[in-house]
Design a protein around this ligand. Structure first.
Ligand code: NDP
Ligand code: 7N6
Length: 308
């Protein structure tokens, strides 16, 4: 059946204003409603949500407003024959900018100067500490939307960019592509390692003590993908031991990052609250994508970003 309603689940409010998001569908020829957990669905409903709910399996189509749909039970959607789509394809600029922002700050010490600014302190670092990202090697692990957004910007800054992905498909600005089996070879010698893979059984714990030992002592880790890809206890131990120099982190094993988590206390760790994709027009980017898929559904076409 054709879709007769678009339901915006209230959990979207955790990342984008639900009202503004719903209003962004003014041109859609069906009503748009913000719904809560008491809502019931049938096959004429489309649902756009941040978090999964079992009730969405009664709808005609569910859209996850995140690129990472790891919290959604794809098998259940397959079993019900309900299409599930995700939001990959729209975060190249937003997450690319924040990843490059971490790297430039970690190199030029903006985070340290800002820390000292709080004490009106004209802090002068050691001569050896600052460096330029230009000519430094970056290894981007995962070369999809995020990875390409990071690689393109890093290449523009003159970095020497290599990457890791399963397929060999070349990527603009990336001089060499390694298979995940050769991850160690790929990160060996890199000054920055940026993680941009989805959280899957294969990528969970991809970075632990072994990788941190192998990385340069003056290397920095950037994680804009998902917390569990990095073993956080091992990361803390590696930072404590000086096995790596620092990190820029947008994602964590537990979010919000608990107040007593030791990662807060490292001078050379920059923490952002899973807002790598956040801008004041993020709701419009997602609404454009949902609108496109909505029209594909109504026309009986293949759905962009279908993951189940
Ligand atoms: P894409 O699907 O576009 O890209 C994923 C990339 O990872 C592909 O290049 C894929 O290439 C590669 N990949 C998959 N599995 C492996 C593996 N085992 N080893 C190495 N490479 C692998 O996704 P996005 O770039 O849109 O998003 C990536 C993830 O980033 C999301 O799943 C989400 O968790 C996170 N994210 C975080 C955001 C934030 O706010 N911080 C915002 C958006 C996304 P190939 O198939 O060739 O292996
Ligand atoms: C904000 C979520 C993703 O996977 O976690 C990120 O897209 C961003 C809606």
């Amino acid at each position: 059946p054709q879709l007769e309603r678009l339901c915006v689940h209230e959990t979207v409010d955790q990342k984008i204003p639900a009202e503004a998001f719903a209003e962004a569908f003014a041109d859609l020829d069906v009503p748009v409603e913000i719904v809560g957990d008491d809502a019931e669905f049938d096959r004429t409903d489309a649902v756009a949500s941040f978090r999964p709910r079992e009730s969405f399996l009664d709808a005609g189509w569910t859209h996850c407003i995140r690129a990472g749909y790891d919290e959604f039970d794809t098998d259940a959607y397959e079993a019900e024959g309900v299409p599930l789509t995700n939001s990959t394809g729209i975060h190249d600029t937003t997450v690319g900018e924040i990843a490059v922002g971490y790297m430039v700050s970690l190199a030029r010490m903006l985070h340290i100067y800002r820390d000292h600014q709080g004490d009106n302190d004209w802090y002068e670092p050691t001569y050896e500490r600052p460096f330029t990202v230009e000519n430094e090697r970056l290894c981007v692990v995962g070369l999809g939307t995020l990875g390409q957004g990071i690689a393109k910007r890093a290449d523009a800054l003159g970095m020497d960019v290599v990457g890791v992905r399963r397929s060999e498909e070349p990527v603009d600005g990336v001089s060499e592509i390694y298979h995940p089996d050769d991850l160690h070879e790929a990160i060996d010698g890199a000054r920055f390692v940026a993680i941009a893979v989805p959280h899957t059984p294969e990528t969970e714990g991809m970075f632990s003590t072994e990788e941190f030992d192998l990385m340069r002592d003056d290397a920095y880790l950037v994680n804009v993908a998902r917390g569990p890809i990095v073993d956080e206890d091992d990361l803390v131990a590696a930072l404590d031991a000086g096995d790596i120099a620092g990190a820029g982190l947008d994602v964590f094993e537990t979010e919000p990052l608990p107040e007593d988590n030791p990662l807060w206390d490292f001078e050379e760790v920059i923490i952002s609250p899973h807002r790598g994709s956040a801008t004041n027009r993020y709701h419009l980017d997602i609404a454009d994508l949902v609108t496109e898929i909505f029209h594909q559904y109504q026309a009986g076409e293949d759905l962009r970003n279908r993951v189940a």
